[in-house]
Design a protein around this ligand. Structure first.
Ligand code: 13P
Length: 210
């Protein structure tokens, strides 16, 4: 997809996420890989009101080369792009249910949400660790996310929210949506003993759809 179409799609997907309550105020940021660098949402922008021509442009070394000042979370996104060549887009949200899970100290910090549904496994994968708390915009979070991103398509930042990667912008947004739904199911079922997908079923999903 060319840069003009990527700018347009990023703004449309961001608007859709905002309109459905996945982001409020100026929370969240989205980026996409281009052939010559990256597009990123500007800092303090509202995902419902982005303008394609004002998106931040970064070069291949993540230096700001055009548009408005980029998100303070460039490091967070860079961690995913540098970990895996197949990452084409990254979405960071403060979506309520996933963020709620990120605040729970008594869940498995290595993989808090179990395989409840096929689409969570297909979009987010087998592992999604919680990364310990860092202040928003703290570059110190980059090595921790980078280490996890080698075999995780998404992470939960403790007391902050999800960071989700995808091959394309659409993939990353779909994965962020599935993660939010899975977090909701997990919280609904937390005090029950739900049937989980077993490891053969998870393997089958990943073999068939990845
Ligand atoms: P930016 O406005 O700088 O993108 O930061 C928003 C955010 O979600 C911080 O985590």
């Amino acid at each position: 997809m060319n840069e003009r179409d990527t700018r347009q799609l990023l703004c449309e997907l961001a608007f859709s996420l905002f309109a459905r309550g996945f982001s409020v105020g100026s929370a969240g940021n989205i980026s996409a890989r281009l052939t010559d660098g990256y597009l990123m949402t500007p800092t303090n922008s509202n995902l419902g009101r982005l303008e394609p021509s004002r998106l931040s442009k970064l070069d291949a070394d993540f230096h700001h080369v055009g548009g408005d000042k980029p998100s303070k979370e460039v490091f967070m996104h860079r961690a995913f792009y540098r970990a895996r060549a197949d990452v084409g887009a990254v979405v960071h949200l403060h979506s309520t249910q996933a963020t709620a899970v990120s605040c729970l100290p008594d869940v498995d910090q290595g993989n808090p949400i179990p395989p409840l549904t096929p689409y969570f496994v297909m979009r987010v994968g087998r592992h999604m660790p919680i990364i310990r708390y860092y202040r928003p915009g703290d570059p110190a979070m980059e090595p921790a996310i980078h280490a996890a991103a080698h075999d995780a398509r998404a992470v939960l930042l403790a007391n902050h929210g999800p960071v989700v990667s995808g091959k394309t912008l659409t993939d990353a947004v779909h994965a962020a949506e599935e993660l939010e739904e899975a977090a909701k199911l997990f919280l609904m079922l937390r005090n029950q003993s739900p049937r989980l997908l077993d490891s053969d079923q998870v393997d089958d999903l990943l073999r068939t759809f990845s």
